[in-house]
Design a protein around this ligand. Structure first.
Ligand code: AMP
Length: 284
């Protein structure tokens, strides 16, 4: 596996890997890799001839009071994991390689980016869309792999790729990969390592309570009382606050008052200790 830290080196490696017209998958990450990320790499290897991963803790998607400085960084360990998975190329730029002096462009996706995390993290999805667009143009993948764990992010990237014509000729396929979970159901996340032992144990209430709410939706209950019960259960288990708990249309992310026979998603963001956890599950 080659590691590129500069755009020049990246372009040389990309040209080499794409020379024979083979398929080329990209797995964008912020590092601190876990089984969720490695599952994306494995999926990319199944689908594509060659695979690149990127590791970049993107300052543009962190708010002023968020965990940019504390975000775990472990490039050497991550590189070893990617190599062991058969990844061909690691793109690991530093902040000045990604955002040189004078950088003034921002990509803003409206609609799907506006509610949910878009409401509680202003500017977050602009930062995501801008960096992912840059990654697509830098790496020129034929396929890109993203986790359903970040369901709204996946919707924002699909909308951006469609609207900016990124799906042809470069990225012709954006592939969503189901969430990988710990044995107790908690969605794997680089941020889970922030949790104290007690909070880590209590965090398993989140997927359990989400499943209970989905059972109520599927039994015909309206969204509001089931979501209120979910919030109460999280707060009783030791969560500090619930940013949102929404039953939404899977495509538009518009909130639903109840299931109506079309694909829906329960999407939740809640805080425990100083850590904000997100999760989502299909409903109906
Ligand atoms: P991150 O490093 O957290 O920005 O995540 C990089 C990619 O890995 C994103 O597409 C995430 O959605 C995906 N990802 C993170 N956690 C998981 C998980 N538990 N299961 C599947 N994909 C994940």
């Amino acid at each position: 596996m080659q590691t590129a830290h500069t755009l020049d080196m990246l372009r040389k490696e990309v040209a080499r890997l794409r020379a024979d017209g083979s398929t080329f998958g990209l797995v964008p990450t912020m590092g601190a890799l876990h089984e969720g990320h490695l599952t994306l790499v494995r999926r990319a290897r199944e689908v594509c001839d060659h695979v690149a991963a990127s590791i970049f803790v993107n300052p543009a998607q962190f708010g002023p009071n968020e965990d940019l400085d504390a975000y775990p960084r472990q490039l050497e360990a991550d590189a070893a994991m990617l190599k062991a998975e058969g990844c061909d190329l690691l793109w690991a730029p530093d902040v000045t390689a990604m955002y040189p002096d004078g950088f003034v462009t921002n990509i803003s996706v409206s609609g799907v980016s506006e509610g949910l995390c878009g409401a509680s993290r202003p500017g977050h999805f602009d930062g995501v869309a801008t960096v992912v667009c840059k990654l697509f143009n830098q790496v020129l993948p034929t396929h890109a792999f993203f986790g359903e764990k970040d369901f709204q992010q996946l919707a924002v990237i699909r909308a951006m790729a469609r609207d900016l014509d990124l799906t042809q000729p470069h990225v012709h396929s954006i592939i969503g990969v189901p969430t990988v979970r710990e044995p107790d159901g908690l969605a794997m996340s680089s941020r889970n390592r922030y949790l104290s032992d007690a909070d880590r144990a209590a965090a398993a209430t989140l997927p359990r309570a989400m499943k209970a709410a989905i059972a109520r939706f599927e039994a015909g209950d309206a969204a509001a009382p089931a979501l209120a019960a979910l919030e109460n259960e999280l707060l009783s288990a030791g969560f500090v606050s619930v940013d949102y708990a929404v039953l939404a249309d899977s495509a538009s992310l518009v909130p639903l008052a109840a299931l109506k026979g079309t694909p829906a998603r329960l999407i939740v963001a809640a805080r425990i200790g100083g850590t904000r956890l997100i999760d989502n599950m299909a409903a109906g």
